[in-house]
Ligand binder design. Sequence first.
Ligand code: ATP
Ligand code: MG
Length: 459
Amino acid sequence: MIILILSGIIPSVIAGAIVVRSYTNRAVSLRTSNVQNQCEILSDTLESEDYVHHPDNNLINNELTFLSNIYNGRILIVDSNYNVVRDTYDLDAGKTSVSREVVSCMEGNGASSLYDADNLFIEIIMPIQRADGNIDGVLVASVSTNEINQTVSLMEKQALLIILLISIVVLVVGYFMAGILMKPFRRVTKAIEDITDGYAENAISVPDYTETQQITDAFNTMLSRVRNVDNSRNDFVSNVSHELKTPMTSMKILADSLVGQENIPVEMYQEFMADIVHEIDRENRIIGDLLDMVRMDRKAGGLSLAMVDVGGVLEQIIRRLTPIADQKGISLMLELNTKIEANIDELKLETAFQNLIENGIKYNIEGGWVRVDLRKDKNSFLVSISDSGPGIPEDQHDHIFERFYRVDKSHSSAIEGTGLGLYICQQAVLQHRGSISIYSRVGEGTTFAVRIPLNCEEE
Ligand SMILES: Nc1ncnc2c1ncn2[C@@H]1O[C@H](COP(=O)(O)OP(=O)(O)OP(=O)(O)O)[C@@H](O)[C@H]1O
Ligand SMILES: [Mg+2]
């Protein structure tokens, strides 16, 4: 509000000052040239009557008094010896006048004028010059500028009044305008407040201004993201509880049956214990996934970079996964073209590639294949993982990287998983300033292509 008032008042004050100043200048210069004209005529008369040498000329004296009266000023006539021969105020007659201007004029430098703004008068100094150029004397006329100053102070008062009026108008109009303009924004606040109580409601809309519409649109987008996160968190809790419970239940059944029986053959013990170990592994894997996710989420936990042989890392993963692939009759192929060394966080990228290759094995057909291919271009290396699996519908491509997202939920109990693998994978790739893309169609298998800079620090 203060800004509003100042923005109205400051220009008015400046404009007022400019108007008053230019009026003063103009009035003074008009008055000066007016008096100067009169003085020129007077100077000619003084010369033709040779007044300087005959200052008792009554006709001229009367005219001087008359002029002095109508201009509310004083006229001095000074002869070539700097003696004042006539003063309409009768103060300096007979005295000597040697002001700088008078001397300069007497020396033949022509007429001059000056404005004394402090004492409010204009002074005109004019030579009384003969036709042959000789100077008989000097005419000094001082004219009061009182009237001009009265007009100026009147103008100043009026300007002040106008500024005061403008301020009041700006204040009142500003107050009401602000109220009207802010109304839609208050409605936005109200709508947001209402929704925070329970955000299951519909999207909000305040279409009064483009701005309010943009705010509500942005809010709706954010709201739907929050809802998604909330939904996936709920899904996650139930998924994870289910995932964690399943191995527990199996272990309990296995252990119970051993406890409840007597004289159990050693083979049976061994078989059940192997099953229990398997379940413990499964439990471990799920917990490992969760820990990976938390670790990737923590931004502060940056990368611990080192020069790593990327092909070696992939070979290790393949060796580790071969037994699982063999169980499903899936053949794993690794194609390393050249030796590639890169400055990467080995642990994080190993987790990422293992997730992708594991997916290729998990979501595949009996007797299928998974091919891992490593290549390099100028600044980065490229790992692509292709499989002969069922593929992923195109409308799901954007979602599979979301936390806890699994493509076919009804199917998810058949194939173990928490939907965290790709999320963890993407985080690791992004932390390396790399990119991950998916090429897949239903029934045609899937390819994930990961590109990582050879030295992500230099990017
Ligand atoms: N190669 C693939 N072929 C077909 N579908 C895939 C493939 N990779 C991933 N998907 C689909 O994407 C979903 C998400 O994969 P992601 O790796 O994130 O989770 P997950 O494998 O279900 O569980 P996790 O990896 O955490 O054990 C999977 O549930 C699966 O439906
Ligand atoms: Mg996975």
